[in-house]
Write a protein that binds this ligand. Structure first.
Ligand SMILES: [Zn+2]
Length: 99
């Protein structure tokens, strides 16, 4: 898996910065160009969450883990989802509409 790179200077973004990336755009620290998420990667991200939730529900039905177990399980899933999400990002120079 590779981290996404700036569309302009091709420099890879820092993982920690992508992890805190929520707004759909980021500014390259090197060339200071604005990078927007491509519609494809935004769609991918939209699919990602329900799949994660479905997996979580399936997991919860398989084990009788109690309330604190459910919270812990949810947190672990959230962390895994968050830590993998930067790899699904792709950037472009235009803020394209989703549909
Ligand atoms: Zn750049």
């Amino acid at each position: 898996m590779k981290l996404p790179a700036c569309w302009s200077c091709k420099k890879q973004f820092i993982y920690g910065k992508l992890l805190l990336f929520w707004g759909g755009r980021t500014i390259c620290p090197l060339c200071e160009k604005t990078n927007y998420l491509t519609p494809e990667s935004r769609k991918k991200g939209a699919w990602y969450t329900p799949i994660l939730i479905i997996l979580m529900v399936i997991g919860l039905n398989m084990f009788d883990i109690g309330f604190s177990g459910i919270i812990l399980y949810g947190l672990i899933f959230l962390l895994i989802g968050l830590s993998l999400s930067p790899f699904t990002f792709k950037f472009t120079d235009e803020n394209e509409p989703l549909f």
